[in-house]
Write a protein that binds this ligand. Structure first.
Ligand SMILES: Cc1ncc(COP(=O)(O)O)c(C=O)c1O
Length: 426
């Protein structure tokens, strides 16, 4: 029997207090009915992957129960339903980002979206000696593909430096832009420092020197209103699983004229117009970039996740996280012997807080916290250039989402005190 978790969506009304609203939200997430080592689950690892509300789980279940079939070529009703569900999901994600559906390619995740840009647009448009500008705060997914392409094509990579406060160094940015890169690929919100980069301003500066702009939105789209047209980026990459959707679905936005000019990245079924023994002509955008059977169930779940987030209101999501981050920064940085990385101004950052406890390895911090039911991540977070910048091997990282509240932060801080006790530091 299905549990009766379904309830009406909460609207973005400010008449409901933050805590009341979070309590309601938590009831939508079955995982919070689970105890973690006998204690309430304090899930503070949403930057790695979010939890999913029952509305998303049910949407996927309903697709497989009642509408499952392949898209593309079926003329029977079931296939038409699956095709309609798939294109409906595309429209929802596109509208959420301020894009047109034809500008939105479904991928497996942000990593695949970023690789698509490198190995389709990059391979076709960059030549030996061309520069690609990155930043020192990129996730490996927006660094390694460019290194691979640089080796293949003889490109030069530049990096905008990070200040001690965890912001992009604008002098370094100007110096690098003066070298006239062909592409500026930068993260919108850092998965380690929490920094929210002013991608609209930096993108405008890059466009002025003739560069295209790729924004890695894996950590921003889940947490704030994104409008790719207002931002005026050429590419924007997202992962569904970090924004309440199932694993294995993500998307790439690319401006219509840019996407139309790009060759396919993968080829095969589902992306062709005509194939003979000698040649193939390709389908229109975005289908040209979706070779093979897509993750239809995942896309349907992505659409349901968008509905859920829109129900909360992205302004509410951002406000809530800004408040919670301010609360957490205050408490965590007040603990003796704890160093917090990234900007301290909650207006300049998202709800990702990296820290270290003096004299204790981040993995040990995470392990002691786990014993308290508090789940955080430790390590280099796939951003080793940031670790290098600060001369550290790892950080402990707590990250928040719509279902977190002050009680989670309080449990985290109690856990940090316990770490200090266990290791006899501070
Ligand atoms: C900033 C950033 N970019 C890209 C990615 C890659 O996302 P995925 O592993 O879903 O492809 C991540 C994942 O943590 C990330 O934080």
């Amino acid at each position: 029997m299905k549990p009766s978790w379904r309830r009406p969506q909460i609207k973005g009304s400010e008449t409901v207090s933050f805590k009341d609203k979070v309590d309601e939200i938590r009831r939508d997430f079955p995982i919070f009915s689970r105890l973690e080592r006998g204690k309430p689950l304090r899930y503070l690892d949403s930057a790695a992957t979010s939890q999913r509300p029952i509305q998303v789980i049910r949407a996927v279940e309903e697709f497989y129960e009642m509408h499952n079939s392949n898209v593309h070529s079926g003329v029977y009703e079931l296939s038409e339903e699956a095709s309609a569900a798939y294109s409906g999901a595309r429209k929802k994600v596109a509208v959420f980002l301020g894009a047109q559906p034809k500008e939105l390619v479904f991928t497996r995740n942000a990593t695949e979206a970023l690789n698509l840009v490198a190995f389709s647009w990059g391979r076709a448009n960059l030549k030996p000696g061309d520069r690609v500008l990155l930043t020192q705060m990129e996730h490996h997914s927006n660094l390694v593909p460019w290194q691979m392409l640089a080796q293949e094509k003889g490109l030069k990579l530049g990096f905008v430096r990070i200040t001690d406060d965890g912001l992009l160094d604008e002098e370094s940015l100007k110096d690098e832009l003066a070298k006239k890169p062909k592409l500026f690929a930068l993260v919108h919100a850092s998965n380690v420092l929490g920094t929210i980069n002013d991608v609209k301003l930096y993108g405008k500066m890059a466009h002025e020197v003739g560069s295209l702009v790729l924004v890695d939105g894996a950590q921003s789209a889940p947490h704030m209103r994104v409008d790719v047209k207002d931002m005026d980026c050429d590419f924007f990459a997202v992962s569904g699983h970090k924004m309440l959707a199932p694993l294995g679905i993500g998307a790439l936005y690319a401006k219509e004229d840019v996407l139309s000019s790009m060759p396919p990245f993968m080829t095969g079924g589902g992306m062709i117009r005509e194939v003979t023994e000698e040649f193939t002509t390709f389908d229109d955008i975005p289908y040209r970039f979706e070779a093979g059977t897509p993750n239809i169930g995942g896309a349907v779940g992505f659409g349901a996740a968008i509905d859920y987030l829109e129900g909360l209101g992205m302004n509410w999501v951002r406000d809530h996280e800004r408040r919670l981050t301010a609360y957490a920064l205050d408490l965590i940085s007040g603990v003796k012997g704890v160093k917090v990385y990234g900007p301290m101004d909650p207006d300049r950052r998202g709800g990702v807080i990296s820290f270290n406890v003096e004299g204790v390895h981040a993995h040990d911090v995470a392990q002691v916290l786990d014993e308290e039911g508090v789940t955080i991540r430790s390590g280099h977070h796939c951003a080793m250039t940031i670790m290098e910048r600060y001369g550290i091997p790892a950080t402990a990282r707590a990250s928040f989402y719509v279902y977190n509240a002050e009680d989670d932060v309080d449990a985290l801080v109690r856990g940090i005190q316990r770490v200090k006790q266990v290791f006899g530091v501070g």
